[in-house]
Design a binder for this molecule. Structure first.
Ligand SMILES: NC(=O)c1ccc[n+]([C@@H]2O[C@H](COP(=O)([O-])OP(=O)(O)OC[C@H]3O[C@@H](n4cnc5c(N)ncnc54)[C@H](OP(=O)(O)O)[C@@H]3O)[C@@H](O)[C@H]2O)c1
Length: 292
């Protein structure tokens, strides 16, 4: 089978598509033929920096595909499924034509969108669910999402809208303001200084800004970014955990047309370097998919 591998850390040129042996699923694992994956920031960071599993390694966290075999698992050949694989910790990358994963990481794919598009969901979606939960927002809350048109931010805004909370959005550039409003933000800006101090019950920061002054006293600051937290009481980082129940919840929302996945571009495996360059250049609205 073909897979995207790195032998060393570096720029997009270290990404190679090559033949490697098919994985052999262990008991309790499911062998999946990949339909698509997507690019997440962790992928280029793992490519560029000396982090993650020993090399050579296959990259990729997101997966949509079709079950080939399922050993002792509640899935059947032909089932369409999605999964998130914590590649940086486990070394099990999803950018390969066949992927073997433990059954407890997998859930059935949404039925109302193409299987390839479902690969936009896992990492960004589960991250959004878990981070938003830590903000404690309710229908009476006022929430600021920083990076609101990014992959995680865009899902978080949509999920927060369902709570009835009032959501404001900070985006990177004026061209993204309309999209933030379409996602459900009441007020959207690309300028931090447009936002009033001491206004928000919660801030969900996907960028890593120093924006603690925007919180009301006692408000919650939750960040998923690499940058240090602002100096506000109780500020915390949220680190995504594999969770098929959260994935299944998101899948239900998609099938009820209550969560919309945004796709920017689709690239076949051979275009992996181009896909990385496009992603790292920034400014992309929607996920960049890798198709098999
Ligand atoms: N802790 C965890 O478990 C976890 C899980 C998932 C992701 N993450 C991290 O969270 C971050 C976001 O992930 P993602 O998948 O949502 O990435 P993404 O899709 O690239 O989204 C990031 C968004 O932030 C915007 N942005 C950049 N600088 C900004 C600024 N100064 N003000 C407002 N918006 C700004 C970007 O706009 P432009 O593209 O125009 O620059 C982009 O829309 C990444 O650093 C990722 O590694 C952490």
């Amino acid at each position: 089978m073909r897979a995207v591998r790195i032998d060393q850390h570096g720029g997009p040129e270290v990404l190679t598509v090559r033949e490697i042996p098919d994985p052999v699923p262990a008991p309790g694992e499911v062998l999946i033929r990949a339909a698509a994956s997507s690019l997440n920031p962790v992928d280029w960071k793992t490519r560029a920096r000396d982090v993650g599993p020993d090399l050579p390694a296959t990259l990729g966290w997101d997966l949509s595909g079709t079950v080939v075999t399922a050993n002792d698992a509640p899935f059947h050949p032909g089932d369409q499924v999605i999964a998130m694989s914590a590649q940086i910790a486990t070394g099990r990358g999803t950018w390969s034509e066949l992927v073997a994963l433990p059954a407890h990481l997998i859930t059935h794919a949404p039925t109302t969108i193409p299987l390839t598009d479902a690969a936009a969901l896992p990492l960004a979606g589960v991250t959004a669910v878990q981070a938003l939960d830590k903000t404690g927002v309710t229908r009476d809350s006022r929430l600021l999402v920083i990076g609101a048109t990014g992959a995680v931010g865009g899902i978080a805004v949509q999920l927060a809208r369902h709570t009835g909370a009032t959501i404001d959005a900070l985006v990177s550039r004026p061209a993204h303001i309309a999209e933030a409003r379409e996602l459900g933000a009441t007020h959207a800006t690309h300028t931090l200084t447009d936002l009033c101090p001491a206004t928000y019950d919660a801030v969900l920061d996907t960028v890593g800004l120093d924006a603690g002054h925007l919180l009301t006293p006692g408000g919650r600051y939750v960040s998923i970014a690499d940058e240090p937290l602002p100096d506000v009481p109780g500020a915390l980082k949220s680190y995504v955990q594999e969770n098929a129940a959260h994935l299944a919840h998101l899948t239900t929302l998609i099938d009820k047309n209550e969560l919309h996945l945004r796709i920017a571009t689709r690239h076949p495996l051979d275009e992996i370097r181009t896909a990385h360059e496009k992603f790292e250049a920034g400014g992309v609205l929607g996920k960049i998919l890798l198709t098999f």
